[in-house]
Write a protein of this length. Sequence first.
Length: 202
Amino acid sequence: MKNFVFDVGGVLLQNSIADFLREKMTYKEDASIVNEEVFHSVERVQLDRGVIGKKEAFERMLSRIPQRSRKEAEYLYEEYMGNRKIVCGMVELLKKLKEKGHKLYVLSNFSVDFDEIIKKNNFEFFSLFDGVFVSSFYQKVKPEGEIFDAFLHKYGLEAEDCFFIDDKEENVEAAIYKGFSGFLFRGDMNALAAYIKETEAA
């Protein structure tokens, strides 16, 4: 396997939104609706697809949140995105793969402020990647098959040479359907490393 393709949220970076909101919010009982509306709503998908602006998206999302938590929800979104945590052991794995001569890529559903968030968090390890493919710049999102086609076309790759890692089953299944090898990441770095080792030996 020549090319390793990584998702961002839940793979390279921890997804700890629910815990973060429960810890930080003044009205703890509003945490679940803030989580749903700000991080998992239709507008969130539209942001990732790049078909709606951030201002309009937040106006719609916040309108469905109790008035008392709206300002705090917007503030906490910015705080969370500016303080993302790297999955423990992931950078070491990336460096090992790079040292072995593999190509590394990102294929992620993310809004157009991706570069801003990466810079804000000072994630220098993104320099290890040979290509970063962010959904909002191509108006396509996982698990739609077209995003995998566009990714392969952009970098001149063949699906059978790509190993895709994501934390959502539907995205891994879509990649496999397109000819990629795939791994469903559940936060277990040992399991991922072992599977990659088997793949390299095959």
